[in-house]
Design a protein around this ligand. Structure first.
Ligand code: ZN
Length: 167
């Protein structure tokens, strides 16, 4: 496994719509392993491939007892609404408050071998999944802020204490 470099907002790759994965070869499992390792090393709970400059549709996430690596994810059901705080490994030093997300989602996609998988999530984990899927469409939490005052500067250690809101 290897740590990958996480890119930040200056890099236009974060704003591209990532490409769908059609060929499931063994290199994808290595990519997923590297993404988990990079995410854990940064104290994140989610990481999307564009954040390591790979413009393809895959993300990883691990929170409490839910761990997933999903290719070509699609939200097939979204219910309810919640406001919450988010941070992003690609936007270091900032957090966004009152970000509106569905409270419950069902997401379908494929694992690293192309096998269909489905994840049901609510609350915080549902938020993580929506944040990561946004990355695959070039969307950042900054785009979801209703009011400019909902963006604030934070020290990294505060974010970690605030329930690891780093994605
Ligand atoms: Zn992010």
């Amino acid at each position: 496994m290897a740590l990958r470099k996480i890119i930040t907002t200056e890099n236009p790759i974060l704003r591209q719509k990532a490409k769908k994965v059609h060929r499931f070869d063994p290199s994808l499992q290595k990519l997923v392993n590297d993404m988990f390792e990079t995410m854990y090393a940064s104290n994140g709970v989610g990481l999307a491939a564009p954040q390591i400059a790979q413009s393809i549709r895959v993300f990883v996430a691990d929170f409490e007892d839910q761990k997933v690596a999903m290719f070509n994810p699609e939200i097939i059901k979204a219910e309810g609404e919640e406001l919450g705080t988010e941070g992003c490994l690609s936007i270091p030093g900032y957090a966004g408050d009152n970000i509106r997300r569905a409270a419950r989602v069902v997401v379908k996609g494929q694992d690293a071998r192309g096998k269909p998988i489905r994840v049901t999530a609510e609350g915080w984990f549902a938020r993580v999944l929506q944040h990561e899927i946004d990355h695959l469409d070039g969307i950042l939490f900054l785009d979801r802020l209703d009011r400019p005052e909902d963006l604030r500067e934070v020290r990294e250690e505060d974010l970690v204490e605030e329930a690891a809101v780093i994605e």
